[in-house]
Design a protein around this ligand. Structure first.
Ligand code: ADP
Length: 470
């Protein structure tokens, strides 16, 4: 036995192998996490000439991105122009800062709001055109871009990006976790340790490393640590959203910001954490409480709508909409398949199914239809009044707020370089996507996650390649 090991070691040394049978690995760029940020960065870096290894710990790609229903905010796109929507980066900046309670890093928001339109171009070029523009909470104009027919945007993007990764033959390693980011004694990042499905650990030497591991919305120890009052909430997050990138980067001195800001999404299914996209409200659904009454402008920011729901009896509410909305918003098809929707020909029948007073619900819908006719919501000041609920069929979905997005994370600069606690760049280390903090401040606007991950994924990849070429 001893002899076999020593032969192996001699061979390994002679052939430049790290252990018997293992090839010593080296590459230009290791990207950790194949969600939206990681796949975008991998495609961009590959196309600019870098040798990329993309690690994904789960047996599937997509992470939380695949669960993102709404869309991608961008200002000044060809699709907005075609629909005669006046928008610009300044307005987008103002909305984002206001939505984030001005806690956002303005430089990061400036970069995001100026360059998100290029992400729309990137996605179109890579098989994911987001050609339909709609309204999302906290946006002062129609700015959220999604696939034609209102299909859920995140999964649409993930399918297209994965297809492109395969076409480009990018080295994507599934069931492979990064466990450690390696640094030399000069403080420069030099690679990662990875663990495959069989539990075997190996080292990849890399000139550049990008962390794109997503947030920590499924890690309840971290949720409790940073916002104890959310401990009993359900989460809409993918099982892989455990904050590992945050923990790995912290170990090598990265700075973190805004960790206590955890977003709850107003409309999730009680007890299940399944998400009902904001687009349902954006396209015209209203919210009523157990008494059959509206209680909020449905299009306020997520934090405010969530608080308004939690203030209602039973801490829940019902989304009410009709056939006209279903025809327009294809994301709703999944809710029917999942049997989340009550349906009825009349308002009274719908009311009885959700155990709400029929006269009260009829009155609420009648006065809402009046607001639509007068183009003014006298009750709550909703300004996007697109759909009259005059005609059935009528539908209701019971909802309650659930954990959705972690705004905090690794501090990065506008080149997606990771910063340490003194504000210095950690050489060779980049981060993009939900793993970072600072872009969204105290509250992320719907549509800004997909904008963030694709924009900073591209920027980080381009910067890494630029440094490689130096
Ligand atoms: P983003 O929206 O920022 O792209 P996602 O949640 O969509 O984030 O994707 C993050 C991906 O990273 C997920 O697919 C997740 O499984 C993967 N991931 C998380 N931690 C690790 C890790 N330690 N090693 C490899 N992949 C990881």
């Amino acid at each position: 036995m001893k002899k076999v090991v020593s032969v192996c070691l001699t061979l390994a040394l002679a052939l430049g192998l790290t252990a018997c049978g293992d090839k010593k690995e080296s590459t230009d760029l290791v990207i950790i996490g194949a969600g939206g940020a990681g796949m975008t960065a991998a495609i961009e870096a590959h196309n600019q000439g870098a040798k990329v290894v993309l690690l994904e710990k789960m047996p599937f790609v997509g992470g939380n991105t695949a669960r993102a229903e709404g869309g991608l905010n961008a200002a000044g796109t060809e699709y907005q122009k075609a629909a005669n929507i006046e928008d610009n980066a300044t307005l987008f900046f103002e909305d984002t800062m206001k939505g984030g309670k001005n806690l956002n890093n303005p430089e990061m928001v400036k970069t995001l709001t100026e360059q998100a339109k290029d992400s729309i171009v990137f996605l179109k070029e890579n098989g994911a055109p987001l050609s339909e523009v709609g309204r999302a909470g906290g946006a002062s104009v129609d700015r959220i871009h999604r696939p034609e027919g209102g299909e859920a945007a995140g999964n649409f993007m993930v399918v297209a990006l994965k297809k492109r990764i395969d076409e480009l033959k990018i080295d994507l390693r599934m069931n492979t976790s990064a466990t450690e980011i390696l640094k030399n004694d000069k403080g420069e990042v030099t690679g990662v340790k990875a663990k495959n499905k069989e539990g075997k650990e190996y080292t990849i030497d890399a000139k550049k490393v990008m962390i794109a591991t997503g947030g920590f919305g499924s890690n309840f120890d971290m949720i409790k640590e940073f916002d104890a009052k959310l401990a009993d909430f359900k989460t809409t997050n993918a099982p892989g959203a455990l904050g590992e990138g945050i923990q790995m980067s912290e170990k090598i001195g990265a700075n973190l910001v805004d960790m206590e800001h955890i977003q709850i999404h107003p409309t999730t299914i009680p007890g299940q954490g399944i998400l009902i996209t904001e687009g349902v409200r954006g396209d015209g659904a209203i919210l009523v409480n157990e008494e059959g009454k509206r209680f909020t402008n449905e299009l306020l920011t997520r934090d405010v709508v969530s608080q308004n729901i939690l203030a209602q009896p039973g801490k829940h509410a019902y989304l009410i909409f009709n056939d006209e909305l279903v025809k327009k918003n294809h994301a709703t098809e999944a809710y029917f398949k999942q049997k989340l929707v009550k349906e009825a020909d009349t308002i009274a029948d719908l009311a009885s199914q959700i155990k709400v007073d029929a006269a009260s619900l009829e009155q609420t819908i009648k006065s809402y239809n009046g607001f639509i006719a007068n183009k003014k919501d006298d009750a709550f000041g909703r300004d996007s009044l697109k759909l009259s609920l005059e005609k059935g069929k009528y539908y209701a979905i019971e909802i309650t707020p659930g954990i959705h997005h972690t705004m905090g994370g690794i501090v990065t600069n506008t080149k997606a370089q990771v910063l340490d606690k003194e504000g210095n760049v950690i050489p060779n280390l980049f981060a993009a996507g939900e793993v970072t903090g600072g872009v969204h401040g105290a509250n992320r606007l719907g549509g800004n996650a997909l904008a963030d991950i694709t924009t900073f994924g591209r920027i980080g990849a381009a910067e890494a390649v630029k440094e490689l070429k130096k």
